[in-house]
Structure formats: C-alpha cells, structure tokens
Design a binder for this molecule. Structure first.
Ligand code: HAM
Length: 414
C-alpha cells in the first residue's frame, strides 16, 4: 500500500489512544466541578471568522490555515483553534443576549500548517475552556488555576507559568507607539522583525533571533491604564493566595491578536523546544467585534499531545494498571456455545474479584494450538479453556500464559 498518514498527522492507537481518552475524561471531571459545560463545534468554519478574530497579520492566518473552497465556492477553513468557533456559536445561538454569561469547554482536533517536529503537528488536539461574561480578575485567576490543576492532575507538577498584561484599547496604543519608536532605533533587525514592525509591532517582542538585542525595550507595565493595572494586580494577588507560582514576563505577547489585559503561557522543561503546554488570556472585545453584544471573556487551551508527552516524561503513566487480557478457548468445539455465553457474561460483568479485564474469544473452528498461539499474540495473561472432561465436572482449565502452568477451577468460582 502506498498511502501514509499526511505529513504532520498521526494515527493514535493502543496505549496512546487510552491515554488521550483518559486525559479527556479527567478534564471533563475537573471542568464539571468548575461549572463548565461541553460544546462541540464544527471542525471547519467560514475562513473569514478566523481571519477576523485571530488577526490578518498573525502567523496562523498568514501561513498556517488550511483553507479550501467547497463546491459552491464558499471559502472555508479547518479550525486552527477553538476560541473563535465558540464565540461564533455563543453569538449565533443568541447566548450573548439571553444568558450574557457562560462557561464552556471543548476538546477536539485543530489544524495548523506548521513545520512538523516533536510536539508540533499539523493536526493536533486541544482541550480548552472559555469563560464569557465576567470582567473580574477572579475569572482570569480561575482560568490560570484551572489550567494549572489540569496539568497537575496528570502528574505535571514542575511547570513554569508566565503571565503578562497587554493592556486595553485605551492604553495599548501608547505602548505600541513607544515600542515602534524604540524598535526603529534598533539596528540589524531580522526580516521577520522588519515585517512585523510594519504590521504587528508587539509580535517583534516574540522574536527568537533578535530578542537579546532589545535591552532598552519599553515595558508594558509603564503604560498600563489604572483599570488594567488594578486588574493585573488583583489577578496576581488571587494567584498568590492560592499558592500559584508564576513569573511576570513582560515580553509575553502571544500569537493571536484578540487578547486584551491578562495573557499567560504554561511551559514545561520536559518536552523540548515545543514547550508551551497550555496558553490563554482575556479577550474582552472579540464577542463585540464579531457582532455580538459586548461581553468580556477569558479562556485557555492546552495541547493534548504535548501534555501527554510531558506526563509520560514525568513517569506518571508508569504505575498505570492496564486491564488484564483474558482469552476464552475451546478444546472441544461442541462446547463453543457454552464458552461463548461465558465470554459474554465476563464481558458484561468482569470476573469475580477481577473487574479490570478485557475478554477475547472464543474462536470458532480453530485447533486449540492455534487458539493458544493467538492468545500469546494478543498478550493474554490467562486463557480459560473449555474442555469436555473438565466441563463434565463443572470445571475449566485456567492456563497462566506466562509460566504455562494450568489448574482446574470450578466454573462457579469465576
Ligand atoms: P495557542 O497558544 O495557539 O492558543 O494554543 C494552545 C496550545 O495548543 C499550545 O500551548 C500548545 O500546547 C497547543 N498547540 C498549538 N499548536 C500546536 C501544534 N501545531 N501542535 C501541537 N500542539 C499545538 C490558542 O489556541 C487559544 N485559542 C487559547 C485560548 C483559549 N485563548 C483564550 N481561550
């Protein structure tokens, strides 16, 4: 076969599929406790929705979106993130008017045409939460703590939380002006920085090549208006009161344009260069800009693949008990229907004293030798053999597949 999964995509199976489901289940329990309800939005949307919300001059919109035309020439895009879709749904279902508040979570595939490497894919999974309708710093703090708790729940206790305030439409223009003035004076900026300086100067602060040249760069904190300053201070004191360890990073700007005030990123040393496990922030203008009633909002998303990679590096999954595989075999084919009924009972109820099992077999019309070979192949721990002589005594044979010993056991004992 000449087909392979497209570059940057992966088949997730066996242990990795179980871990992904496990993480999603864990997240659902935590979201539920915080009062967040699930929303599932389409995997593709009108491309203009993302262009408008994420920003025309961001990397995502400029070079990473999967855009296509459908048969009716509609311009659509595979979602590169979940926030814009959730905001669209919130407005479309008039929740901005009927509830004016809401706490929602989502999980699913996102698509970005990035250069693939460990922890960076073209199709990846996010788990995210959006909190609409509160401008209180308590909402910012809750979202950051929620992201932190989710990571801790999968054993990631060593994480670095970086926060910053990007100000609002009142104070940010002054910072922007000072920044442009300063950057104009810096020599030999790289091509990316020169381009960003024109279109989106805040993003220059993000540059990996030039950032060490920005020694005298203006500080956003010197330009925040009183409201943004108070908001940021209170967010920090609430984080502190919960014992949250964070660092203020005045160069943290994020790659999406919708943010106002608080932004944050949670990174881990465990996952190499793609170290951002989760990120988010406040976006008070987006709902209004997309045609809804002005509604403040704050949220975050984590990358499931990266989080699972980090959890694995911490050894979190080492002690996980996988279910025990039990194979049901028939030595004498006339006992097939009894073996089949027994297998169904075990599938429905587990075995006495052992509920964490996966049941395989019986297989019709195969020799016992080939059934046992199959049991070995699937790494069964035990094989239960239905054989005529033992069955007449109300027993079957239980074969330990590791040391190959076997014992006769009363069927009623299982
Ligand atoms: P983001 O920083 O673009 O934010 O993505 C959030 C997380 O998704 C990242 O921290 C990373 O773990 C994961 N991620 C991003 N790109 C990739 C990739 N190519 N491969 C693997 N994982 C990736 C957002 O998407 C915002 N919507 C977050 C948000 C929600 N802000 C407010 N509400």
């Amino acid at each position: 076969m000449n087909y392979k999964a497209p570059r940057g995509t992966h088949d997730i199976f066996r242990i990795n599929a179980s871990r992904m489901s496990w993480l999603e289940q864990k997240a659902k329990v935590i979201f539920n406790r915080h009062g967040f309800e699930e929303v599932r939005t389409p995997a593709f949307e009108d491309a203009a929705l993302f262009m408008r919300s994420i920003g025309q001059t961001t990397d995502i919109v400029e070079k990473e979106m999967y855009i296509f035309e459908d048969r009716k020439k509609r311009k659509l895009a595979l979602r590169p993130e979940g926030t814009a879709s959730l905001v669209r749904a919130f407005i479309e279902h008039r929740m901005d008017v009927s509830m004016p508040a809401g706490r929602f979570f989502y999980m699913g595939e996102m698509f970005r045409y990035e250069r693939p490497q460990a922890g960076r894919y073209r199709q990846f999974h996010q788990i995210g939460a959006e909190f609409f309708g509160s401008s209180s710093p308590a909402a910012d703090a809750e979202i950051i703590i929620l992201a932190q708790d989710l990571l801790s729940s999968v054993g990631i206790n060593k994480m670095n939380i970086y926060i910053n305030s990007l100000g609002c439409e009142k104070c940010r223009p002054f910072f922007r002006e000072a920044l442009v003035k300063y950057l104009d004076s810096v020599r030999d900026l790289c091509e990316d920085c020169l381009r960003r300086l024109e279109k989106n100067p805040l993003r220059v602060l993000d540059c990996k090549t030039d950032s060490n040249k920005f020694t005298e760069v203006p500080r956003m904190s010197d330009y925040l208006c009183d409201c943004c300053k108070d908001n940021f201070n209170l967010t920090q004191s609430l984080l502190k009161s919960d014992g949250c360890n964070y660092t203020v990073d005045e160069r943290l700007v994020r790659g999406l344009d919708y943010y106002t005030k608080t932004v944050f990123e949670i990174r881990s040393d465990a996952v190499g260069s793609q170290d951002a496990l989760a990120a988010g922030g406040r976006y008070d203008n987006l709902i209004g800009e997309l045609g809804g009633q002005d509604t403040p909002a704050v949220g975050f998303a984590l990358g499931s693949e990266r989080v699972l990679l980090a959890a694995q590096k911490t050894g979190f999954f080492d002690s996980f008990q996988e279910s025990e595989k039990i194979f049901i075999a028939v030595a004498d084919q006339e006992l097939f229907s009894e073996a089949f009924s027994f297998a169904l009972k075990a599938m429905r109820n587990g075995l006495k004293g052992n509920k964490n099992i996966s049941v395989f077999g019986p297989v019709n019309g195969k020799s016992l030798t080939s059934q046992l070979k199959f049991a070995d192949k699937i790494k069964a721990v035990k094989t239960i053999v239905f054989a005529r002589t033992e069955f007449e005594d109300g027993k079957f044979l239980v074969k330990n597949m590791k040391d190959k010993t076997q014992t006769k056991v009363l069927i009623s004992e299982f």
